[in-house]
Design a protein around this ligand. Structure first.
Ligand code: KE4
Length: 434
């Protein structure tokens, strides 16, 4: 494939944008090579600036649950835009989307709209601290909740050592309130509550991890978080920015039947436009200004155009949609497993409705240590070989492949045929430089 225009665009972009991108993962640092610039998308397909077409498994990192340029969303946005883009004042469409979220999510009685997942989780942390009067936050290694300071902390040296900044610019004074534990490890979370219980304001978790690749919760893990936080008077936050509306109409809380105190949403809820949200028990949510003292605000929060896109998206998601999405996801995951077995490529595939991940290793992947044991170089070679076959996976081994309602039989067959060729051809047992 020819990527000349992408190559010249990244060179030009780097002169005015740090790294030439507005979000680091797009720079291909995780896989090497030249970042691809895209010109358009329709359904499950995207076209780059050099005219190359790909079956897309990034889907703008999750929002495009019905594929690109989904007609119902495009028409709704086109019509709404004629009425003006926003007023910095309440509009009815904000109430309609809020009601649609409350109706679908059992743990959400009230919801506040913001403009990104980062804003949502940052606000949820502030709300939990304001509500409990405590400072300590527990998160899990391999889970990502956006780039607010409190959540950019890594594990200290020992298992129960408080956090260290994992980015310059995050004060130690901030990071020290964050404890990072192993995902899917009920013993570790029990030990943390044993030691810190009345100091813990909140536990925040991706109920199905998507930011170390797709790693579903082990039986009992989410239930343990619910019991321990309830007993200690801490807030349980499900970060459903990825899983919300994707793994089921009620997200992970509907799928696993564990109800958090607060839920954060993003991606799908905006239908492709910038929307994040914090929702939860009215008693907690009403601590937010202007009702309560916990401050939070946003110029474009609840923007009518974004609300319109989000509502059109949610209204298109019925039981038949999720049945089909789950079936497509399993066909892809099972087909990848079979192709790898045929060509004796060590591969673990994790999946749940609407998302799956490939880990180039034998055995299972249930936490960050398992993920770290996978062969990232093989993923890099897989990524580029599939790109050349017209299939666009995440340009990072630590992300998830997103399936949409627009991925049909044609896309599944073409993806699996490409994977079979790639597994057959690549020098898997040699450390090729590629
Ligand atoms: P945003 O601020 O990027 O809208 O959302 C942050 C966020 C919060 N919580 C979860 C579970 C998330 O996955 C994210 C963002 N996801 C990444 C992809 N894994 C966004 C892609 C990017 O950073 O460019």
């Amino acid at each position: 494939m020819n990527h000349d225009k992408s190559a010249s665009l990244i060179a030009r972009a780097e002169r005015s944008i740090p790294g030439g991108v507005n979000s680091p993962v797009r720079a291909f640092k995780g896989v090497g090579g030249t970042p691809v610039f895209f010109a358009s998308g329709r359904g499950a397909w995207i076209t780059d600036v050099d005219g190359n077409r790909y079956i897309d498994y990034v889907g703008s990192w999750g929002p495009m649950l019905q594929g690109h340029a989904f007609p119902a969303v495009i028409e709704a946005v086109r019509a709404r835009a004629q009425r003006g883009l926003g007023f910095g004042a309440p509009s009815e469409i904000e109430v309609e989307l809020a009601e649609a979220v409350v109706e679908r999510f059992p743990a959400i009685e009230k919801v506040r709209m913001v403009n990104s997942g980062t804003e949502a989780t940052m606000t949820a942390i502030r709300l939990a601290r304001g509500h409990t009067g405590r400072d300590m936050i527990v998160k899990f290694k391999g889970c990502y909740h956006g780039h607010s300071d409190a959540l950019l902390a890594e594990a200290g040296s020992g298992l129960l050592t408080l956090g260290l900044p994992n980015s310059p610019g995050v004060p130690e004074d901030t990071a020290k309130h964050t404890l990072t534990l192993p995902f899917n490890d009920p013993d570790a979370i029990s030990a943390a509550f044993e030691r810190y219980d009345e100091h813990i304001a909140a536990v925040i978790v991706e109920p199905v991890a998507g930011n170390m690749g797709c790693v579903p919760p082990r039986a009992g893990f989410l239930e343990a978080l619910r019991t321990l936080t309830s007993d200690a008077g801490s807030i349980l936050i499900f970060d459903e920015v990825i899983t919300g509306f994707r793994i089921g109409s009620a997200g992970a809380q509907g799928t696993y039947g564990v109800l958090p105190d607060l839920t954060t949403l993003g991606k799908v809820i905006g239908g492709g436009l910038p929307v994040g949200a914090i929702g939860g028990k009215a008693e907690i949510m009403d601590r937010l200004a202007p009702v309560g003292p916990v401050y939070q605000a946003g110029t474009l929060s609840g923007n009518p155009l974004a609300m319109t896109a989000g509502l059109a998206m949610l209204e298109s998601l019925d039981a038949a949609f999720y049945e089909s999405l789950a079936s497509t996801t399993h066909r892809l995951a099972d087909g990848m497993t079979e192709a790898a077995e045929t060509h004796r490529v060590p591969l673990a595939v994790n999946r749940t409705c609407g998302m799956f991940s490939l880990f180039f290793k034998d055995g299972t992947v249930r936490n960050y240590d398992d993920v770290a044991a996978a062969d990232v170089d093989r993923y890099r070679r897989f990524f580029h070989a599939m790109l050349e076959q017209g299939v666009y996976f995440a340009p990072s081994a630590f992300e998830t492949a997103f399936v949409s309602g627009a991925h049909g039989d044609n896309e599944v067959v073409r993806t699996l045929e490409a994977a079979d060729r790639v597994f057959a051809d690549l020098p898997w047992n040699k450390s090729a430089t590629r």
